[in-house]
Write a protein that binds this ligand. Structure first.
Ligand code: IMP
Length: 200
């Protein structure tokens, strides 16, 4: 059975990835998908790239060195807020400190947009997925979902900045969508479906 190891420690991401890749069949076989923790790989990775794609490549290549014949994928993603010059961007996980709660991060971003009209609150989630094949070949796919930053946190689904990210398709935050609804339109859903196409 072909194996995919997904290089992330983020459980919210991992849940989405497993759902989106669940129907993947390669060479007529179902694929097993494990997080790096489930694969017993615990290595520090220095994300010092300057773009989502570069950071995804750094993570995937670092884990591929330990992956023994598996396909390795990594996701680097984040939130870009236009009014804040695309902050927090590639620093989304580290914004205000890695261990700071998303309640605090989300409230802080809402406060920084105080008095800013809906038209100027445009934002997007970006996701780059890097994929290292067992023969060392690397490819990357990137996708976005456009939206705007709400005036308050809404919803309890998802993770991270989902409660403040409003999507045009539903007029709701991504934390108010079901997993299926979010995956169908999200940056991660689109990027992973492009990866699936390439693998097939
Ligand atoms: P990474 O693990 O370095 O790629 O960090 C990505 C960070 O971007 C996450 O920890 C979240 O803060 C944010 N992020 C990325 N995708 C999403 C999403 O789908 N919903 C909410 N926040 C997200």
């Amino acid at each position: 059975m072909q194996e995919i190891i997904f290089a992330t420690g983020n459980e919210g991401k991992m849940k989405e990835v497993k759902m989106i890749l669940a129907d993947l069949v390669l060479d007529g076989e179902k694929v097993s998908i494990r997080s790096m923790k489930e694969a017993g790989i615990d290595i520090p990775i220095l994300e010092n790239g300057k773009s989502f794609a570069e950071n995804a490549g750094i993570k995937a290549k670092a884990v591929a060195a330990f992956a023994k014949g598996a396909i390795v994928m990594a996701d680097d993603s984040g939130l870009e807020i236009d009014y804040l010059n695309k902050e927090p961007g590639i620093y989304s996980a580290r914004y205000l400190g890695e261990d700071t709660s998303y309640r605090v991060k989300n409230q802080n971003l809402i406060e920084r947009l105080e008095g800013v009209s809906e038209r100027e609150r445009t934002a997007r989630f970006v996701c780059a997925i890097a994929c290292v094949m067992p023969d060392g070949r690397l490819f990357t796919k990137e996708a976005t979902i456009e939206g705007w930053i709400g005036y308050e946190e809404k919803g309890t689904n998802g993770f991270g900045y989902d409660p403040i990210f409003m999507v045009y398709e539903y007029g709701k935050s991504t934390a108010e969508l079901s997993e299926e609804e979010k995956n169908a339109i999200s940056h991660r859903g689109k990027a992973l479906r492009a990866v699936k196409e390439e693998l097939r």
